[in-house]
Write a protein that binds this ligand. Structure first.
Ligand code: ZN
Length: 216
């Protein structure tokens, strides 16, 4: 049986790089994407995700789990909050409790229904904000949990886990999609098309790109 993969896809730099790498590895007809509507403060990234999936001819499932907003509150979902980076004692206020656990569980339920075992996500513990659900140890524990929950052998793959942002740009370049990702992916917390250049997410993306381009 041909191996298939499901990519958890937001339309941002990281998950788009994962999607392109998966297409490269599995072939586009064997890759599907799943995108979650969870009450994001802007819908630009969802529109970009839909555009990219269509452009790359990838089957995409958009799943609405925005009822999450009924039980938690944070700056990523609430337009009235100012985004801050956090410090040593606090996570940034863009952290969404349980988000990746929920994404992985929902993705796994769908993947099993399609006889897909490989689930790919663009989490990274190297230079992001220290979100607990981006750490390798959490992904490994979640992999064990979903396998036990559904009596199925899922394989959670996180190709960006130990890459810096500069290395993620390098990977995009190797795949032949550096300019594509620069132009078409959305990362800005404030939903500014092309990036605001000021929020933590834009700063990280731009710094990584400059670092990569300067040593190319
Ligand atoms: Zn921004």
């Amino acid at each position: 049986m041909t191996k298939k993969a499901l990519v958890i896809f937001s339309g941002g730099q990281d998950s788009t790089t994962c999607l392109l790498q998966a297409i490269n590895e599995y072939g586009s007809e064997h890759v599907e994407a799943i995108t979650f509507v969870y009450g994001q403060r802007h819908d630009i990234e969802l529109r970009q995700a839909e555009w990219i999936a269509k452009d790359l001819a990838i089957k995409q499932h958009v799943l609405d789990i925005s009822s999450l907003g009924q039980i938690t509150n944070n700056a990523l979902m609430d337009k009235d909050q100012t985004i801050n980076q956090g410090d040593n004692n606090h996570y940034p206020n863009t952290f969404v409790d349980g988000r990746n656990a929920l994404f992985i569980l929902m993705a796994a339920i769908y993947a099993k229904s399609q006889q897909i075992s490989d689930i790919i996500l663009g989490v990274c513990e190297t230079d992001f904000s220290g979100y607990p659900d981006c750490r390798d140890i959490f992904i490994k524990s979640m992999n064990v949990s979903i396998n036990l929950a559904m009596d199925y052998t899922f394989n959670l793959k996180t190709p960006l886990m130990y890459l810096t942002k500069a290395e993620t740009w390098a990977l995009a370049d190797q795949l032949g999609y550096l300019d594509y990702i620069r132009q078409h992916t959305h990362t800005c917390y404030y939903g500014v098309k092309g990036g605001c250049g000021k929020c933590p997410s834009c700063l990280l993306r731009d710094k990584g790109l400059q670092a990569y381009l300067s040593c190319k």
